[in-house]
Design a protein around this ligand. Structure first.
Ligand code: GLU
Length: 485
């Protein structure tokens, strides 16, 4: 059996789109699951779309996500160069294009812009394409040579007959057959001498011994043309695996407008790399059981590409947040503190035990920025409605709360030890004295010191953090509000 070799072949056009990262991940997993090799190839032949710095983004993302390539521009594996603009300089694409010309499977085309603009166009999948009329296919060899000798600009086109059908096989979609009449004579070599993506991709996948081609299903419609190229060369085509579309919650193709279509967007929104990778793994693939949390190693062990789905994968942001929360909960405390500290500090200017605050919020957040909202009441007592003192289950009313706070105030003023334990004992003693339920006392105290319906900690923990002075200010404020209510 030949070793599985997959490749991630990004075009350096900007941020790392979630769909691209999923292709990279699946390619990595398919190779690693089978003990194969995963290669990185930079597809930069479209000079107009090239974005400065985008290659760095690719490297950074691969490294951060742990999708470590066995071969690539920075790691020679004997199949280089691994950057298409460098491969072009070796003359490889021209050589193969000319081989097709000799076989009658491709031809030189000298039509200028004006002539092309007069050809009729068709709208294919929302894009307007010009259907070339094979005008230059009728040029004699002498005419072609004369044009070339005169330095006339040219492109090389694939020659696809108008009759017959072409079939190719996809692992998930099965056999797909199309009428050749539907396929345009696509350009293989552009007038600037660069190959098109479509051509370079085929030549490279073959010459770099790629066995499995994994990519988004937007390439499905071009695959018959690729198949014809393989057949024309007499090459065995790779195993094709086209991945389902990723949509937003409204079932529209995931786009920049969603605000979370790239890996960088997600990092900026406070998601952990491991959670992002885990989430993306499930955009189109699921294991046999309902397991949802996977480390990268577990994904390698479990990734059976036969279980990739054909139906569109919905990018469920709520689920991603949930998953991130699970990763946060499982985080080591020191690591968590390191990451949480900047967010806590952003919300708090007063001296407080930040480690304690971190451990309070750890199980209550989904993304780090959630911390700010959870702890800002410690910085400043929010304005709140006294209706919050009324709690059915705790059997508290505004009157009962006022009484409790008023009776507790002198005790709290006399208390010097503001540790959680000591304060808890003080409140418990009062509960016993009254012969009431805990909540009857804790609820109004917590409301007064937090001004919030929900807090990441109980009344006495909050008072410990606030300290005596601030706690008393807040209790007094509660009394005043309740008196006027
Ligand atoms: N350069 C193409 C892209 O970035 C690669 C597609 C493929 O994997 O064949 O979309």
């Amino acid at each position: 059996m030949t070793k599985i070799r997959t490749r991630f072949a990004p075009s350096p056009t900007g941020r790392m789109h979630v769909g691209n990262l999923r292709s990279a991940l699946y390619e990595f997993l398919i190779a690693k699951h089978a003990g194969g090799e995963f290669m990185l190839r930079i597809e930069d032949t479209d000079q107009e779309r090239f974005v400065e710095g985008a290659v760095d983004i690719i490297y950074r993302t691969m490294e951060k996500t742990g999708l470590i390539h066995d071969e690539g521009p920075d790691k020679d594996g004997g199949f280089g160069p691994y950057v298409q603009s460098e491969r072009m300089k070796t003359g490889i694409y021209m050589k193969y294009a000319q081989e097709l010309v000799e076989k009658g499977e491709a031809y030189y085309c000298f039509c200028d812009k004006e002539r092309l603009s007069e050809l009729k166009s068709e709208v294919v999948e929302g894009k307007e394409i010009t259907v070339y009329d094979k005008h230059c296919l009728s040029l004699s060899k002498e005419e072609v040579d004369a044009n070339l000798a005169a330095g006339k600009p040219f492109v090389i086109r694939q020659n696809i007959p108008n009759e017959g059908k072409t079939t190719f096989h996809d692992e998930l979609y099965g056999d797909i057959t199309v009428d050749n009449a539907e396929l345009d004579d696509m350009i293989l070599i552009k007038s600037d001498g660069y190959p098109t993506y479509n051509f370079a991709n085929v030549v490279d996948d073959h010459t770099m011994n790629i066995t499995h081609v994994v990519r988004g299903n937007e390439y499905l419609s071009s695959s018959p043309k690729y198949q014809r190229l393989y057949d024309a060369f007499g090459w065995e085509s790779p195993v094709y695996i086209h991945l389902p579309l990723i949509t937003d919650e409204n079932h529209k193709k995931l786009s920049k407008r969603s605000g979370h279509s790239s890996f960088e967007d997600l990092l900026e929104q406070g998601f952990l790399t491991e959670a992002i990778v885990n989430f993306i793994a499930l955009l189109g693939w699921s294991p046999e059981d309902n397991t949802e949390i996977f480390t990268l190693d577990e994904l390698i062990a479990n990734f059976d590409y036969k279980r990739i789905s054909k139906s569109p994968a919905v990018f469920d942001y709520t689920k991603l947040k949930w998953m991130n929360g699970e990763y946060i909960k499982a985080m080591d405390d020191d690591k968590f503190y390191e990451m949480a500290e900047p967010y806590i500090k952003k919300s708090l200017s007063r001296e407080m035990d930040l480690k304690k605050i971190a451990s309070m919020v750890k199980t209550r957040i989904e993304v780090f920025p959630d911390i700010c909202e959870l702890v800002d009441f410690l910085e400043e007592l929010p304005t709140y409605d006294t209706a919050m003192y009324e709690h059915k289950k705790m059997k508290t009313t505004k009157d009962s709360s006022l009484k409790v706070l008023q009776e507790l105030l002198p005790k709290l003023e006399a208390q010097d030890d503001y540790s959680n334990d000591a304060l808890y004992q003080l409140l418990l003693a009062y509960v016993e004295e009254k012969g009431c339920k805990n909540g009857y006392v804790m609820w109004p105290v917590r409301t007064a010191v937090s001004g919030k319906q929900m807090t990441p900690a109980g009344a006495t923990e909050i008072m410990e953090l606030l300290g005596k002075e601030e706690s008393l200010i807040r209790i007094k404020k509660g009394i005043e509000l309740l008196k006027n209510a």
